[in-house]
Design a protein around this ligand. Structure first.
Ligand code: G3H
Length: 494
């Protein structure tokens, strides 16, 4: 059934559980990054159409919030079942739409159905607290407070292109479990997967208006939505530049700002100390840097290596990559690295590479580099005056920077404007914690690659990498709800 839905070439927008044809004949073509073939087209909506969605979401909120958590999570079982049943269709769609290799696309689908099941369970375990006035100086037993979590209202989900299913679904379910409604603004690349998500929730029987889906030009649809005073939370994953633009638009509102959950760019450093297990570090760093062509916010984007083991590390890393990465057609099950998302990404990589080479970097690994199909590139002799030391390429290029000791590693890692994740490889747990404590990031991996999962773990960034917990079942549900407190005043208890 999903197959026929995917096969239509022009998609409508989702309003009150109905697919509506846009007023104008303006569509945005989604082309496959692999060969520019047309995957489908999503509508370019106008403000009037967005207003209809906002009003529908607000109306639906008044009914949805009054349902029990049990009723709200019941629907999710059907959603995850449909995703499992349609796993091959969804896998093929992700491959076509964003060029992700077969295995990674399939894993994304299965991981998403597990996320839904887990969130549904977790939602049932979100309770409140009981607080006693007698705990605070000057009070006796006269007051008891009971807290519970209540929804925020209409939330806006803006997912990125790189995990069109897996980054989008938590933004929906993390909001609807505590009683919010959602307007999903589909990204341009990945937008068709978002439309399919809408169809899955519709088939599963989600109430009208609880999920509305819109698409269009960012400076029309996106800006209009974030300025709307009906939107009580904005859950955005994407680049820092776009987030700063969103913040500026939000401040044009006349009311107080909404809850902002931002998962943004990163320049994750992987620190390898001289006592590290080289095999473990190269296996993890190769995967962490190059899987899905480095198009992950948590991709390892620089290695800070102890100078005494640099030669051995590079030799092993090059060997590891050559043995494990096959560039090619993402539909081919043997392919481990497909195209980058668009020509702009490929051009940016080449620009950073040229700047580094002009300033003295050496290429220690490079393969086929044809248009968007780029084999992993490893650069050594990278110095801090090179752009590749600081900028986020979002493509398969990895700079290696030498360090004298752990303090220099911390210093260089923290000079970045970003603070998403970092990893530390060492056999000395005290050194690992010494470094982890001092890194200015949301999450430090000790002897493992940078990664968001498993999806019950919290995930957040600091500095220009974001704000708020944007993932991690319990943490996201809490971020998308607020505490309401009921105080019982007792008499004669002082
Ligand atoms: O693009 C950012 C993603 O949240 C990274 O997720 O660590 O599961 O690949 P991942």
């Amino acid at each position: 059934m999903i197959k026929d839905f995917i096969l239509q070439k022009e998609f409508g927008y989702l309003l009150d559980n109905k697919w509506v044809e846009p007023q104008s004949d303006k569509y945005i073509d989604i082309l496959s990054p692999q060969d520019n073939s047309l995957v489908g087209a999503i509508p370019s909506l106008n403000e009037d159409e967005i207003d209809k969605c906002i009003l529908s979401s607000n109306k639906a909120f008044l009914l949805w919030k009054d349902k029990s958590i049990n009723q709200r999570t019941e629907i999710l079982k059907r959603v995850s079942q449909i995703i499992r049943d349609e796993r091959y269709e969804l896998t093929n769609l992700i491959i076509n739409e964003v060029g992700k290799p077969y295995k990674d696309s399939y894993d994304e689908v299965m991981r998403t159905s597990d996320i839904i099941d887990f969130y549904a369970e977790e939602g049932r375990r979100i309770f409140g607290d009981v607080l006693l006035s007698e705990s605070f100086p000057g009070f006796g037993k006269e007051k008891i407070a009971i807290t519970k979590r209540v929804p925020l209202g209409v939330t806006l989900a803006i997912p990125p292109f790189n995990y069109p299913l897996n980054e989008t679904i938590p933004k929906i379910i993390g909001a609807i479990i505590p009683g919010n409604t959602v307007i999903l603004k589909a990204p341009q690349q990945g937008g068709i997967t978002c439309m399919v998500i809408g169809e899955i929730f519709r088939l599963a029987g989600l109430d009208d208006g609880v999920l509305n889906i819109v698409s269009g030009e960012n400076n029309v649809v996106g800006d209009y939505l974030v300025r709307s005073e009906y939107i009580k939370a904005i859950n955005f994953t994407g680049g820092t530049k776009t987030a700063i633009h969103i913040q500026r638009e939000v401040t044009k509102r006349e009311d107080v700002i909404p809850v902002m959950l931002l998962g943004l760019s990163g320049k994750d450093a992987s620190i390898v100390l001289k006592d590290a297990d080289i095999k473990k570090s190269v296996t993890n760093i190769a995967q962490g840097a190059f899987s899905y062509s480095g198009q992950r916010c948590t991709a390892i984007k620089r290695v800070l290596i102890d100078q005494s083991i640099e030669d051995e590390f590079i030799k092993e890393l090059v060997k590891e990559v050559k043995e494990n990465f096959i560039l090619g057609d993402p539909k081919d099950k043997n392919t481990t690295i497909g195209p980058v998302i668009n020509d702009k990404a490929a051009m940016y990589l080449n620009e950073l590479k040229k700047d580094a080479i002009d300033k003295g970097a050496k290429i220690v690994l490079e393969g086929e580099n044809k248009g968007r199909f780029i084999y992993p590139i490893i650069l050594s002799n990278v110095s801090l005056d090179m752009r590749i030391a600081w900028e986020e390429p979002f493509s398969p290029i990895l700079p290696i920077i030498k360090i004298k000791d752990k303090n220099e590693a911390i210093d260089i890692a923290n000079q970045s404007e970003y603070g998403l994740q970092s990893s530390v490889f060492t056999e000395n747990i005290s050194d690992a914690f010494y470094i982890a404590e001092r890194l200015d990031v949301g999450n430090v991996q000790i002897n493992g690659k940078d990664s968001r999962g498993p999806d019950n773990f919290p995930f957040n960034g600091v500095k220009k990498s974001g704000i708020g917990n944007i993932q991690g079942a319990k943490y996201l549900i809490e971020s998308l709800s607020r505490i309401k407190t009921f105080v019982i005043n007792l008499e004669d208890e002082k």
